[in-house]
Design a protein around this ligand. Structure first.
Ligand SMILES: C[S@@+](CC[C@H](N)C(=O)[O-])C[C@H]1O[C@@H](n2cnc3c(N)ncnc32)[C@H](O)[C@@H]1O
Length: 362
C-alpha cells in the first residue's frame, strides 16, 4: 500500500469556527515553531550569492507550514541582508495535492512569498524515506505530523485499527521494527542533506512517560463504528480486519535509539527532545460551551479527513471503492454520535526533537 496522505490542520479561514488564533492551535505547533525559530538563530549561514535552503518534509497543502517557515525566515532575516536569497523546498509524496500547496504559497496571507521578496519556493514529490535533496545543501529542516506515517504496512493488525492498542504481540513487534527502520532511514538521509551546523526540527506522535499512546476515545469510536457496520452491505468482516491506520507513536527511547551509544548518527546529534501533551482544542471548546454534539462533530470530521483514507485502503476496491462515500458518511455520523454521547478529552502526546549536524571541528 502506498503511504497515506492526510491533512491535519485547524479550521480554515471562512469556516464558522475559525478564529485568527486557531492557526497556531494546531496540535503542538506553537512549541515546535519556537524551537524552529531558535534553530534559525543558531545555524551557520552561507554568504551570498549562495542561497539559504530550508526544507519542509511532508508539507501536504502547506497550510500548516506557513507559520513555521515564516518564523524561521524572520529569524534568518535578523542576520542577513534582505536580498540574500532563501529557497524553501516543500516535499511530500507524489500523490500529494501539490496544486493546493502552490495555491497556499500564492494566496495565503501568511505565506512567506507575500512577505519576503528574496524567498523562493520549490516542491519535491518523493518520499522522505529516500534522499531527496542534494547532500550538504539544507540549512534548516522542518517536519510536523509526518514521520509517524510508516513507509509501508508491515503486517495485519487483526484486533484494532491502531496498532498501539492491539493485543497482538507479533503485530506490535512488526510495527516496532518498521518504525525503527523508517526513523533510521529518515534520519540518515536528512543527515546527508543537512549542511554542517544545520538543524532539523521534528514534531511527531509520541508515547509519554506514563505509557499514554493518545487518541483512545477517537480510535475506540472508529473501531466500534466499523464493527457495527459489519453485516450491512457496506463492509465485510474481512475488510474490517484488513483496515489499519499505519501510524506509530514513538517513545523518547525509540527516538534516541539510532544515536546510541555515542550520541551521534549519520553526523546528527540530538540537541533537544521533549515529549508533551498538545492539548485537545475541541475538548477545551466543549468545556467552555458544553456543546457535546459539536465536540463529536469536530473529532469525527477530523477523523474523516485524516484517518478514514488510510482505513479505506483495506476495502476490496481500495480507496477508489464505490462504497467509500457512503461508508465515510456512516462512519463519520457514528463516530460523532458516540463521542457526543460520552465526551472525553483526547490525549495527544507529541515529541519535538531538534537535531544538529555536527561540524567537522566538533
Ligand atoms: C498530517 S500531514 C502533515 C502536514 C503538515 N506538515 C502539518 O503539520 O499539518 C502528513 C503529510 O506527510 C506526508 N507523508 C507521509 N509519508 C510521507 C513520506 N514517506 N514522504 C513524504 N511525505 C510523507 C503525507 O502525504 C501528508 O501530506
Amino acid at each position: 500500500m502506498p503511504e497515506s496522505s492526510i491533512v491535519v490542520q485547524p479550521d480554515q479561514p471562512g469556516s464558522a469556527s475559525y478564529l485568527p488564533s486557531a492557526r497556531l492551535d494546531t496540535a503542538g505547533l506553537p512549541r515546535a515553531v519556537a524551537l524552529f525559530e531558535q534553530a534559525a538563530r543558531a545555524v551557520p549561514l552561507y554568504t551570498p550569492p549562495q542561497p539559504i535552503v530550508i526544507a519542509d518534509y511532508g508539507a501536504a497543502t502547506g497550510y500548516n507550514s506557513m507559520l513555521p517557515i515564516g518564523a524561521a525566515i524572520d529569524a534568518i532575516r535578523e542576520r542577513t541582508r534582505v536580498e540574500h536569497a532563501i529557497m524553501v523546498a516543500h516535499t511530500d509524496l507524489p500523490d500529494n495535492d501539490f496544486s493546493a500547496l502552490f495555491h497556499t504559497l500564492a494566496e495565503d496571507t501568511d505565506s512567506y512569498l507575500q512577505k519576503d521578496t528574496a524567498t523562493f519556493s520549490a516542491a519535491v514529490g518523493r518520499s522522505f524515506y529516500d534522499q531527496i535533496l542534494p547532500s550538504n545543501a539544507v540549512t534548516l529542516g522542518w517536519t510536523s505530523w509526518a514521520v509517524m506515517w510508516l513507509r509501508t504496512i508491515p503486517t495485519e493488525v487483526r484486533d484494532h485499527v491502531f496498532v498501539a492498542y492491539s493485543t497482538d504481540d507479533t503485530a506490535r513487534a512488526a510495527y516496532a521494527r518498521q518504525a525503527a527502520s523508517d526513523w533510521q532511514n529518515f534520519l540518515a538521509f536528512r543527515g546527508r542533506e543537512l549542511r554542517p551546523g544545520g538543524r532539523l526540527v521534528v514534531l511527531t506522535a509520541a508515547v509519554d512517560d506514563d505509557g499514554e499512546y493518545g487518541y483512545q476515545p477517537l480510535v475506540g469510536a472508529i473501531l466500534a463504528a466499523l464493527h457495527d457496520l459489519i453485516g450491512t452491505t457496506l463492509i465485510s468482516a474481512e475488510e474490517v480486519r484488513r483496515m489499519t491506520i499505519p501510524i506509530v507513536v514513538r517513545s523518547e527511547k525509540d527516538l534516541r535509539a539510532p544515536f546510541a551509544p555515542h550520541d551521534r548518527f549519520e553526523g546528527l546529534a540530538v540537541e533537544h527532545l521533549e515529549v508533551f501533551d498538545a492539548g485537545d482544542r475541541f475538548w477545551a471548546q466543549y468545556q467552555r460551551e458544553h456543546d457535546a454534539a459539536a465536540f463529536g462533530r469536530q473529532w469525527a470530521a477530523f477523523a474523516r479527513a485524516s484517518l478514514f483514507p488510510a482505513l479505506f485502503a483495506g476495502l476490496d476496491g481500495g480507496r477508489g471503492d464505490p462504497r467509500v462515500t457512503e461508508l465515510a458518511d456512516r462512519l463519520e455520523q457514528s463516530v460523532a454520535a458516540s463521542l457526543a454521547d460520552a465526551p472525553q478529552q483526547v490525549r495527544i502526546p507529541l515529541a519535538a526533537v531538534v537535531m544538529v549536524k555536527r561540524q567537522p571541528t566538533d
